[in-house]
Design a protein around this ligand. Sequence first.
Ligand code: NDP
Length: 455
Amino acid sequence: MSTTTSETRFTTHINDFMDMVKHRSPGEPEFHQAVQEVAESIIPFVESNPKYKAAKIFERMTVPDRVIMFRVVWEDDQGIPHVNLGYRVQFNNAIGPYKGGFRFHPSVTLGTLKFLGFEQVLKNSLTTLPLGGAKGGSDFDPKGRSDNEVMRFCQAFMTEMYRHIGADVDVPAGDIGVGAREIGYLFGQYKRIANEFTGVLTGKGVQYGGSLIRPEATGYGSVYFAKEMLATQNDSIQGKTCLVSGAGNVAQYTIEKIIELGGRPVTFSDSTGFIHDADGITREKLSVISDIKNVKRVGIADYIKSFPNASFYPGERPWRIPGDLAFPSATQNEISGDDARHLVMNGCRLVSEGANMPTTLEGIEVFRQAKILFAPGKAANAGGVAISGLEMTQNSMRLSWTRDEVDAKLQEIMARIHTQCVEYGQEDGFIDYVKGANIAGFIKVADALLAYGTL
Ligand code: NDP
């Protein structure tokens, strides 16, 4: 069959498949987008591997094992009650207990969490650790809330959530809006209700079972992945101008690792806009960013007070600033097709997604056509969940590894993920990391599902 005929056939299969997904999950555009991105790699692969096709493995993988939804009622500091929605999407536990973060953000909907849970299944498989995939959270907005209000919300949330999770069942972690403070409140409440001290959450403080390097792992991992990609072209991060978005956990440790490897980060962003610091962000400047976001918890315009040479662009994203490497580390769909064209036009050679699905489908196509090094989040940001997996191991063994030991394991895991992407994504001297990550992540889960029979 000619290439064009088979491509047309695949397009028809993909469109039919997406019609079914959309019919089953109306009003969930982010979920449709995530499935479409994966379907474009997996459907042609499944067509040439009939055992997966006959057993409808990919179709099964697009439907969560279960969705839990509940009411969370909590009181603010004035004694006024508030009602939020709580969720856990337990997507797939074929290769290990459910694992994936909680997101607390007003934009959270079932569709957002389904997209994140679906991605998490493939990402966790890629880490080579025995982890299933899940995601959860709430439309609660921690911004502007006192510590006591956040604590009461977390306690109310866990009062329902605790019955659905467990160290061998489902092990949540942090995500947007859920950092060390929230994990502490959530774990404290779990421990109190369940009357057990187990590794039921990861991202815990080191004093109570957390792993060294877990806070750093996603950001560091995304830069290690970029290092691996550049090495395929005998290049390195040294001297490269780097565009980073976000100013939270992932962005801060991405900037730290870029500086350590000799790169020059010049941007960061938050929901208010972005900062361009053409002089380069140093360690000293990074500690100011951490103070603004982790202690003062205000908008990044505050940076200009300390560094007046930098510029603040309200309501904009950093993708029109010229740079060699881009590390989107804020949120989904933050690189549009137009943004992607600007990046390519300005000489950007590599994109490593620290965030989940930060690039739109149109943006991905622009990067693919330009044949730049493009690492999808499920590969590039898998360092966080990988170290969460190692936190679970340390909890079970009741020991703690040193910082250097965990960092070495993180580098090894990122290198292994890279090798798998190359194995399945190599085509005519170009590495399609999207295809490589999707197929490598799919195979392990698909084979486990086949082994279980019709379930
Ligand atoms: P944080 O809450 O620590 O930081 C999120 C950052 O993104 C903040 O700067 C926030 O701005 C900004 N942001 C959030 N929503 C929007 C929006 N709609 N528009 C513009 N900016 C926005 O979260 P993380 O750093 O943990 O997560 C960032 C990304 O990385 C997410 O996509 C997450 O899913 C992904 N990720 C995180 C992992 C982890 O280990 N934490 C693991 C793997 C992926 P503001 O402060 O103004 O709200």
